[in-house]
Design a protein around this ligand. Structure first.
Ligand SMILES: Cc1cc2nc3c(=O)[nH]c(=O)nc-3n(C[C@H](O)[C@H](O)[C@H](O)COP(=O)(O)OP(=O)(O)OC[C@H]3O[C@@H](n4cnc5c(N)ncnc54)[C@H](O)[C@@H]3O)c2cc1C
Length: 345
């Protein structure tokens, strides 16, 4: 049995954010990751200025990662197309490469156990079991995503859904198309040497998503093969989950594990990095000042929760029976377009 002050379960952006923030804290900590790096994660790999800000705050660099930067996004819907200049570039990265690089920079000072799956939480004993070993912890950060072990710790969660695949074509513009589905949007996110196309939303109409994605790709002349299309759940932010489930004693759920995803855009990388970082910082604060862990965590994440809560309210308008009207207005009125740009930029 191994023993650490902090055990981080999961090595995506939330795990990397937590590990990096624990560096120099004087606490012992480790990361347990189910797969060996490099490992795949279904994601469009769009890094907004929000993600870039958190990466800077964590002193994590994307300088050595292959990426493309876009200064514009084309928003489309209802027969209208508007290309909008962003305040900051939107970066497109490959998640396989991004996650490996972030973890490499984050675990320089700690143990990383790869290819090891969390299988059991013995909460009363502060022990986390994997398929290989046992870990005694004083604090535990679950950063194991939407389908990880921690999935069972939050009852009755609601999920959005997205389908995605890579096309071998190179594409030179970034597109967000609200007409691609009734309850979300379709996206074209070009990378170096390939293009990620996808479609996601509330999940209410998810059975038709694969056909809709094929139709969407045909519209933009992007070849895709049905067999390459994959689907994945999107754990949309919920105030109920935030207020009652993301922290339990010395256990914190960060990133997708805690449902920190924007319910309009589906953006989750920046919230995973930042809630992982906040989980670590709240542990450091609790240790240093004797403050209650939950007070420290809620204090640090309140701003993020407020942003994500506002999105829930906005989504009620965007995904209401007035959707067509809202999209048309949104794409034709300058002040609305700025709001859409700010949500995606
Ligand atoms: C189709 C799609 C497109 C998206 N596009 C974007 C985008 O363009 N921009 C954006 O910001 N967000 C996007 N998102 C959301 C984003 O991918 C997630 O919010 C983000 O990956 C969450 O990071 P995380 O670290 O919480 O979880 P993950 O990235 O899922 O990482 C969890 C880690 O835990 C590991 N793990 C799981 N179970 C166990 C276990 N039992 N034991 C040990 N380890 C375990 C996994 O292997 C994984 O490495 C997209 C999501 C989808 C589905």
């Amino acid at each position: 049995m191994k023993s650490y002050d902090v055990v981080i379960a999961g090595g995506g952006p939330a795990g990397a954010g937590a590990a990096k923030a624990l560096r120099d804290s004087g606490l012992t900590y480790c990361v347990i990751e189910k797969y060996m790096y490099p490992r795949k994660k279904l994601c469009a790999g769009g890094l907004t200025n929000k993600s870039i800000k958190v990466l800077k705050e964590l002193d994590l660099s994307i300088a050595d990662i292959r990426k493309r930067a876009f200064g514009e996004v084309t928003f489309a819907g209802k027969g209208i197309e508007k290309t909008v200049t962003l305040n900051d570039p939107l970066y497109m990265v490959d998640r396989t490469e991004f996650d490996r690089a972030m973890m490499k920079q984050s675990v320089a000072d700690c143990d990383l156990y790869q290819g090891e799956t969390v299988t059991e939480l013995r909460k009363d004993e502060n022990i986390l079991m994997t398929d290989r070993d046992g870990y005694r912890f004083r604090y535990l950060i679950f950063a194991d995503g939407v389908n990880g072990y921690s999935f069972r710790l939050i009852p009755d969660r609601e999920f959005g859904f997205a389908v995605e695949c890579d096309s071998p074509v190179t594409y030179d513009r970034t597109v967000v198309d609200f007409a691609a589905t009734k309850d979300g949007y379709g996206w074209i996110f070009p990378k170096e040497g390939h293009t990620t196309v996808g479609l996601g939303g509330s999940g209410k109409h998810k059975d038709g998503y694969v056909s809709l994605l094929e139709e969407f790709c045909r519209k933009y002349g992007i070849p895709v093969e049905r067999k390459d299309i994959r689907g994945y759940r999107l754990p949309m932010f919920s105030e109920r989950v935030y207020n009652s489930d993301v922290i339990d004693g010395k256990i914190i759920l960060a990133g997708d594990a805690g449902s920190f995803v924007d319910c309009i855009t589906g953006e989750g990388i920046c919230y995973a990095l930042s809630t992982g970082m906040c989980a670590a910082r709240s542990i450091i604060e609790a240790e240093k000042n004797g403050s209650k862990l939950s007070d420290a965590f809620f204090g640090l994440t309140r701003g993020t929760a407020a942003v994500l809560s506002r999105r829930i309210k906005q989504s009620k308008v965007l995904y209401s029976p007035l959707r067509s009207y809202v999209i048309k207005k949104g794409l034709t009125r300058e002040d609305y377009l700025v709001r859409i740009r700010n949500a995606f930029g």
